[in-house]
Design a protein around this ligand. Sequence first.
Ligand code: SF4
Ligand code: SF4
Length: 478
Amino acid sequence: MQLRTVLHHRFRSDTGAEFVYVATSAAILGLDAHTSAIVEAFAGPDGRDDDEFLASRSDRELSEQSLHDLIDLGVVRPVGEAAAPRAQLPPMPFPLATLVLNVTNKCNLSCTYCYEYGADRLTAGEGSKLAGKPKMEDETARQSIDFLLRSSGDRPQVSITFFGGETLLNFPAIRTAVEYAESKAALVKKRVHYSLTTNATLLTDEVVDFLTRHRFGITVSIDGDQQEQDRHRTFQKGVGSFDVIAPRIRHLIATNKARKGRSIGARVTLTAGAAPAADTYRFLTGELGFDEVGFAPVTAGLGRAYALGELGYERLLREFGELAEDYVAAACRGESHGFANLNDLLRELHQGVNKAHPCGAGLGLVGVSTEGDLNLCHRFVESKSHKLGSVTEGIDESVRTAFLQKAHVDQKTDCRQCFARPLCAGGCYHEAHVRYGDATVANLHYCEWIRGFVDLGLRSYARILTRNPKFFARFETS
Ligand code: SF4
Ligand code: SF4
C-alpha cells in the first residue's frame, strides 16, 4: 500500500532529541531512530509503498512495528485517504464567554501608529456620523451586562474586558458596569472576571483602588523606556507620555502586589527601529515591575514608515530567540518567566490546541461599541460592515454564522499545507481587513514570521520537556 506522512514539522531539542509536530492532530511526538527513519522515508510528495520499504530494511520486524505505531498515531496514512471530516462550526448559537466593552472611542494620547485614529482606522474620524458616541452611557453598559449574562448559556464564569480609546476616560461607565454585573451575576449564579487595557495616564489613586479591589486583569500599553515610549506614544501636542505614566504604573503595581491581585502585563507595540525586545522586556519587568510583557507587531497598511518590513520580522524572530533562552532557562529551574508571547504559545502547544478560527472573535467573544452595537471584536467596533447585532436585540445569528463559515481555516487554501495552521488559522481578522480589505482571508504577509515563531516555540518546548517536564503541569489547570 502506498503510504505518506501527513502534514508535519520535525524539530530537535538542543540535546539532539528528535520530535515531530503533527499538524492534523496538533500532537507533539518524540521520535527514536526507527520512527525518524520512517517519517523521513514516507515524507515525499508521492509517499512510498510499505512492502517495498520494509523489504529494504535489515531490521524489518522493528521497522514494521514502528510503522504500525505511526499509522495508529495518524502520522503516516494511505495516499489518497479522505481527510476525516471536520466540524465546520460548533453548535450555534455558541454561548458567549467574553464581552469587550468599548466604553469610549476618545483618547488623550495621539500615538503615531494607532489603528483607532490613524489612516488604518476602520471608521471615519471624530465628528463624523460614523464615529459613534464618544462615550458609552451607563444605560448601554447595563444593557451590555444583561446581554452577556443571557447569551452565555451554562457557563459558570464570564469575562468583561473594558477597552477604548483610552478606557479610563470613561471610568464612570466602568464602575457602573462592574457594580451592575456584581448584583446581576449573583442572581444567576455566575462569576464575572474583569480586565482592562489602559495607557496608564489616568491611573489615579481612586482608579487604582477600584481596579485592584475588583481583581482586574490589567494590561498597560507601553512601548518601553522613556526613549521608546516617547517616540510614538505622545500627548496631542507631541509631548511624550513616559514621565506621566511611570509613577502611576509603579503605584498600580505596588498596590496590586500588596492586595495579591492578578498579574499585570505590559503590551508593547513593535515598530520599525524599536529597541531590542530583550532590552525592553528587562526594563519593563526589572525597572517598572510588570509581571509579564507581550509584544505585538504594529498593524499597518503598506507604506507606513513605522511598519515592520520583512527584515523587521527577521530581526524580531532573532530577538524573540534571545528572550526564549531566558524563558527556557527559568522553566528548567521550575520558575515562571514573563515573556507572554512564548508563554501563551507553549500553553497552546501543551494543550494540543487545534484552531478552526484564529481567535474567539464572533464566536465566544464580541465587541460592543459605545452605542451598543455588537461587532466581531474591539477592533471592529463601529465598523458597519462587521456589525453582528446590538446589545438590546442580540446577535443576528445568520450574519454570525455566515462570517464564521467563511473565516474557517479550511476555507483558506494557502493554510492547508502549513504546519503552523493549528495555532495560526490564518491570523487576526482585523490585520487581514487592514491589509487586504477582507477579514476572512489569510494574513500571508507574515507567514514566515508565524512559522518561525511556532518553530521557536516547539524547540523551546522540547528543551523544557527533556529537562523539566513537570514545568508544564501549570498549563493543565488553566
Ligand atoms: S496565514 Fe500563513 S502562517 Fe498562518 S496558517 Fe495560513 S499559511 Fe500558515
Ligand atoms: S480579530 Fe484580531 S484583534 Fe480581534 S480578537 Fe481576533 S486576534 Fe484580536
